[in-house]
Write a new protein. Sequence first.
Length: 75
Amino acid sequence: MSLLDGLRFRMGASPIHRIDPRAKFIMVMTLFSASILFYELPPLMAIFLLQVPILLLGRVAREWIRTLRGEPCWP
């Protein structure tokens, strides 16, 4: 298993999984762009914390944490 397996899309029944892929792409690109624009800690922490409700709605918090730590998500 690769460390990048945590980034692979998996089908789910959450509200986040039902969003149109184009809308999710725009959301990801906005967060990515904002994280590149700022280099100070407070804005980066706000961007980081903004992702928490999205992760909880998508029910993927455990996989996200494992990806941050560098662990394979599926043994």
